[in-house]
Design a protein around this ligand. Structure first.
Ligand code: 13P
Ligand code: SF4
Length: 328
């Protein structure tokens, strides 16, 4: 097994050179994928990287909206998504217009076993209800949704982005929890879409209480995709890379990690003398775990799957992403 992994790794590195490729990985990817990547980061860091990287091919180890953003920002490069089925259920909870899509259960999401989403309501409907109100769109959305938006945001900069707008009210798409967090941290009125991330939304106040009891000396970090009542009990609320920075700079030696467990790999590696506990062991994003070393190898060998956003949508999405990237 180890020999097999070594062989695949060598082959990936050889093909990477040959193709002038770069491998980008989100912080939630499998340990071995993060290990082979040229750069691992949160959504904001990855967007910046995709916009500025010097190569011919970008292999994007993440979910499809991230590869789309790379294609939007680097149209002259070949952007590859190694696993075509790696999608983000939250991103699919909003569409620009058109047919109703029904979501049923998510694996492991016991609290709401028959949650049906979304309603017969589209981005254009909410815009029509609030004419002139700008749309702030989380990067966890498809490119056509970004193209219909005024500006993008990530979990790292949502408040800054909202504050950068002159308007007194904004529409926030699609995460209701991120919107609630933003509303708490700004005086502006937030009109929130009703989407959520099934990995983070499952965390309850009870989970926090249990963790506090089990690890009384640990600081609790939570991702803003968690519910507001959970965030209010956390010691620090931030993006995945924000957690990495916080853990490194803090004097504390124990941390409870309120995000997808893929982050535990870098936390442990970069802080060998500190201890990290998952807030819930089942905070696993099945889509982020679809990409394996064998997927990367196939992607580089066969140049699959090429993600190319159509030019009219790309230009609209780029405007919203660029406007976000201009904010320091
Ligand atoms: P960040 O890494 O930007 O915090 O994003 C979390 C996430 O859920 C990406 O899918
Ligand atoms: Fe989407 Fe949540 Fe998975 Fe991130 S962790 S890709 S928001 S489902």
């Amino acid at each position: 097994m180890e020999d097999e992994q070594k062989k695949i790794t060598e082959e990936i590195l050889r093909l990477k050179e040959e193709r002038r490729a770069i491998i980008l990985s989100h912080n939630y990817q499998r340990d071995e994928v993060q290990e082979i990547a040229d750069f691992t980061g949160d959504s904001l860091e990855l967007s910046r990287k995709a916009a500025g990287v010097d190569c011919d091919v970008i292999v994007f180890c993440g979910v499809n909206f991230m590869a789309e953003s790379a294609s939007v920002l680097s149209p002259d490069k070949t952007v590859l998504l190694p696993e075509l089925e790696a999608n983000c259920p939250m991103a699919d909870m909003v569409r620009v217009s058109g047919e109703r899509k029904v979501w049923k259960t998510f694996p492991g999401y016991d609290e709401q076993p028959t949650f049906v989403f979304p309603h017969d309501f589209t981005l254009r409907d909410i815009k029509a209800q609030h004419p002139g109100v700008p749309v702030v769109t989380y990067v966890n959305t498809t490119a056509d949704v970004k193209a219909e938006s005024d500006i993008c945001c990530t979990s790292a900069n949502v408040v800054k982005v909202i504050e950068s707008l002159p308007d007194k009210e904004v529409i926030c798409i699609p995460d209701r929890n991120l919107s609630a967090w933003a509303a708490k941290n700004t005086d502006k009125k937030i009109i929130a879409w009703d989407g959520f991330c099934h990995v983070h939304d499952r965390v309850s106040v009870e989970d926090v209480r249990k963790a506090r009891k089990l690890y009384p000396n640990a600081l609790l970090m939570a991702h803003p995709e968690c519910r507001l009542e959970v965030l209010e009990l956390a010691d620090h609320v931030t993006s995945t890379s924000g957690m990495l920075r916080f853990a490194k700079s803090s004097d504390a030696t124990e941390f409870v990690v309120g995000t997808e467990i893929g982050l535990m790999y870098r936390l442990g590696k970069e802080n060998p003398d500190k201890i990290f506990y998952p807030l819930r062991k089942d905070m696993i994003c099945p889509n982020m775990k679809k990409t394996r070393l064998s997927s990367i190898l196939r992607a580089l060998k066969e140049l699959t799957h090429i993600i190319k956003v159509p030019e009219d949508i790309r230009l609209g999405a780029k405007k919203a992403l660029d406007r976000m990237l201009e904010i320091k």
